[in-house]
Design a protein around this ligand. Structure first.
Ligand code: GLP
Length: 260
């Protein structure tokens, strides 16, 4: 067994006087070992049996600690091959003041972008879509739903809705929605974005390759043409461990004080 594993169990012995349940102590020892870099992303954890023998605790206790860490995204289990330290996410820093596309954001960071299609087509609009896009019930909405992947890591699920009059062929947008809108002179120039916390449901978590229930960001973007017409209504789920949204704040000058 590796030195790192030995160290995990040494820490466990030291903390065994603390009175906390054993599985919590083991969980903490493994977490500490990961945080201190004793075991790194992609490293295999010793088998349940090895840990139980070495730490002199039951396999049920080991399983409970390991499952907690899998749920928390610290460890990943691969069927048939064991338990590993989860790959560390390079967090992407995203400015909140520039209206850019996913493709542009990732290209600027030198990341290779691709998307997996989840849905694309023309549909009867939902009440939300009718309200935001100003559509009547006899008009159609174009929906483009994609899993957005950067450097092979799924980062976000984006579901965009646009009027079918703007995007009559949603299957023909290629790799960038904004590039396609640019071609027809419909690229948005302004957007309002609303960000809220969300716990990922089963389906979204599976697509984003994270444990269900983990923290994510729900982002809604409504974007506009220069004429003031709404062009895009997009609802996205971003991985919470992958994104930092950064907003620049300025002290209001005396002349602007008191303005809304
Ligand atoms: C961002 C926005 C989406 C927008 C998308 C366009 O990710 N959150 O609202 O639809 O960019 O990206 P692309 O042009 O790469 O398809």
């Amino acid at each position: 067994m590796s030195d790192a594993a030995d160290q995990i169990f040494a820490t466990l012995k030291q903390s065994s006087q603390s009175g906390a349940p054993l599985y919590l102590q083991l969980r903490k020892s493994i977490e500490d070992a990961v945080n201190r870099g004793l075991i790194g992303p992609g490293d295999a954890l010793p088998s349940e049996r090895d840990i139980a023998t070495k730490a002199d605790i039951s396999r049920v206790t080991v399983r409970k600690a390991v499952q907690d860490l899998v749920k928390g995204g610290i460890l990943v289990q691969r069927h048939g091959s064991g338990t590993f330290v989860a790959p560390r996410m390079e967090r992407v820093e995203q400015s909140l003041s520039r209206l850019t596309s996913f493709t542009e954001d990732m290209a600027r960071r030198g990341m290779a972008v691709r998307s997996a299609w989840l849905d694309r087509g023309l549909y009867a609009p939902s009440p939300d879509e009718m309200m935001v896009l100003g559509l009547s019930s006899s008009e159609l909405v174009a929906r483009v739903a994609r899993l957005r992947i950067a450097d092979d890591t799924p980062l976000a699920i984006e579901r965009a809705s646009l009027s079918a009059s703007v995007l009559p062929d949603p299957a023909g947008i290629g790799s960038s929605l904004y590039a396609a809108l640019g071609v027809t002179g419909n690229r948005p120039v302004r957007a309002v974005q609303r960000i809220s916390a969300a716990n990922l449901g089963e389906t979204d978590a599976r697509l984003l390759e994270v444990p269900p229930g983990i923290a994510g960001l729900h982002i809604e973007r409504i974007s506009y043409l220069a004429s003031g017409k709404v062009i895009e209504f997009t609802r996205s789920i971003y991985r919470g461990d992958a994104y930092d949204f950064v907003a620049e704040l300025r002290l209001t000058g005396p002349s602007e004080e008191g303005r809304p």
